[in-house]
Design a protein around this ligand. Sequence first.
Ligand SMILES: Nc1ncnc2c1ncn2[C@@H]1O[C@H](COP(=O)(O)OP(=O)(O)OP(=O)(O)O)[C@@H](O)[C@H]1O
Length: 350
Amino acid sequence: MAAISLQGITKNWGDTQAVRDIAFEVKSGDFAVLLGPSGCGKSTTLRLIAGLDTASAGTIAIGGRDVTGLPPPQRKIAMVFQSYALFPHLSVRENILFGVKVRKEPAANYEARLKRVSDILGLDKLLDRRPGQLSGGQQQRVALGRAIIADSPVCLMDEPLSNLDAQLRQEMRREIRALQQQLGMTMIYVTHDQTEAMSMADQVILLRNGSIEQNAPPALLYAQPASVFAARFIGTPPMNILPLAEGADGAVIEGSDGPVILPRGSGRGLQLGVRPEHIALVERGIAAVVESVEYFGADTIVGARIGAAPLLVRVPGQLTLAAGDRVRLGWDAAHQYFFDSATGLRRAPG
Ligand SMILES: Nc1ncnc2c1ncn2[C@@H]1O[C@H](COP(=O)(O)OP(=O)(O)OP(=O)(O)O)[C@@H](O)[C@H]1O
């Protein structure tokens, strides 16, 4: 059974439609990520699930129960927000237990639950400190502790790592994912960071202008993007999108193993997409001129131009190339995508 189910959810703020006809389901025990650029409606969707705002239309069910009209406490969900919202004058212990006490849950098992949560999060030696005496990562763990001590099967997180530095973010990603799996929680996690989404999620719900652009597991989103928007939102650097010349029917582009055969009629109104990591420098390929070379240790990003069209190429290791060099580029036909120039939608192969 779906742990969370949204049907036809719309939210209007006056004239602004923050989200429009959103529908998705999250399976029990899955980690779902709401992903998209600023203003696409991620936080709105999360707040509607939490019950902090009321939907203009549609229904929300949690654990098979319609909660559309219920206030937040009756929805039995745990929440972690961007600002940890810890009480500065309370100890770690008191911060973690705060919600449990507010809900007047039986005091009998406070200590056992606190011990379990602080062991899991490595906070056992910090219970008497105040938030001001903790690092950012430790504060984040206290916020997580407060969410998971509630033993709610569903947990919502809104950009919980955005205040942390890059290294700590990565550690906390792994920690949150491990915790979610260990506790069997159903998670809905908001981020605008595609790396975070790809590395943590079972299911990515990609939003654009208040609507769902694509809803798929990370590997599928990467391999079968539904549109130019989805293709360019996932992957670093983003997928190259190249215009195809008018009348470019049949064999057009000379690839690494000879010409790449484009589908008949594909030249008109189509764009070609190839990811930087799928392009190689080859002997026989498409002529290009190098414009920039950036070395990152494990790989090098080469900026080049095929005619007037700019593109990026990611190759492993270091290259002895400089701006102005002439190279030849190739890729496997299996790694090229075609998108309708007018709608941006991907044309299925064949
Ligand atoms: N309380 C509100 N009143 C009016 N408009 C709002 C309100 N909350 C959100 N909006 C609008 O709804 C749209 C979606 O906002 P939302 O906060 O859900 O986006 P988001 O994807 O979470 O963005 P971000 O990543 O920047 O937080 C935006 O256009 C925003 O301005």
